[in-house]
Design a protein. Sequence first.
Length: 461
Amino acid sequence: MPWLADDTDTIAAIATPRGVGGIGVIRVSGSYALACVRAVFRPSRSATYTPTRSHAITHGHVIAPSTRTVIDEALVSYYREPTTYTGEEMLEVSVHGGPVVLDETLAAVCEAGARIANPGEFTQRAFLNGRMDLAQAEAVADIIHAKTRHGRRAATAQLDGALSRRLGGLRDRLVDILAEVEAHVDFPEDDLDFEPAAAVASAIDGVAAGVGELLAEGARGQNVRDGIDVAIVGKPNVGKSSLLNALLKDDRAIVTATPGTTRDVVEGHVDMCGVPVRLADTAGMRDTNDEIEREGVTRSRRRAEHADVVVGVLDLSQPVEAEDREILALLAARVRILVANKADLVRAWEPEEALGDGVVVVSATLGDGLPKLVTAIASAAAGPDAQTSEPPAVTNARHVEALRHAAESLGHARRTAFEGLPPELIAVDLRGALNAVGLILGDTATEDVLERIFSQFCIGK
């Protein structure tokens, strides 16, 4: 496969975003990285480029190898293996950040013997050379693509090894249990003192509890990383569009006093306490003979069914009607937040008396109560202590799936042990759990899994 090219090649890529900027960086890594850069770089204070120590920066000019003409003034940083990002000899050439300069510098390095790196190939080499495990490698991409500060915190913690350390501890305990079980399988004639079934089951329970904790974090962790869909629903003219505009701080939806103005779903994106939120203002739900409005109502119901959180809006200045209660009944089984809007007008009912505790009272027009609503939405997605607690260790759907497989295998192993069945059967399930943990860390990841992960990276990382 092209992605899995010869890892002995020297690779190069533009490591900074395309476009015009003050500085652009060409990253070079591999056995002949120094030779490639030496062929295109002329130092200011010596005849040839010969760095004497790692992490040294040298000033000079980039030269086109074929014509020997100057491309640009440059600073070259040298990093000696193995303490580099990739674990290989690595250099970074910093030039002025124009696309022509960067393209010509990259072309010069490739003319000297490097090839253009594939997406994620620098991080791939870091993984293959033991500089980081697969979970940490995936965190690199998550940091780059983080949509909020809280998402960045979670990715940084994962890159620092927070998830890897917890998984490593669980893996070690699994290995110990498996060693005990397999010793009895391999040497039954030695009459080894095999742990009682209850003791083995208890040890498995301890590992399963750790996996369960990670799975519980994964539920909110995926929300922090990928965001949630929030649908604003209610009957016409309760202020849904005004609420959307107020939360987005933008006049995204048309607001009029005429009921049924919103005929289709209107969307916007916003950061709510560190959680990326996709807000959707939906058409007012009511019975109507208008064909277009009826289609809008159908789409509203569909959006509410698929949303992670539904914000049900009622008009505090008008009595609660049968239509309101029908909508509330429709949302009863959903993760919902009830909002009493138009608090700036004379109240026709009291939220606590009509709907009980937990109703968020707001004025979309004046902005009153909006911070409380934002906190409620973020708490529904990432937990009430999202801002003050440690970031979730698990944020990746791939990791959640692997942990589910681990939990399932541990459940089988526990039942097998508790029922006193042959240790060979326990060993099979324990190996299944180990394999699942290894998929996250990269120990047992297959070639197609690695290709899928690193191909999603940007070129130059």
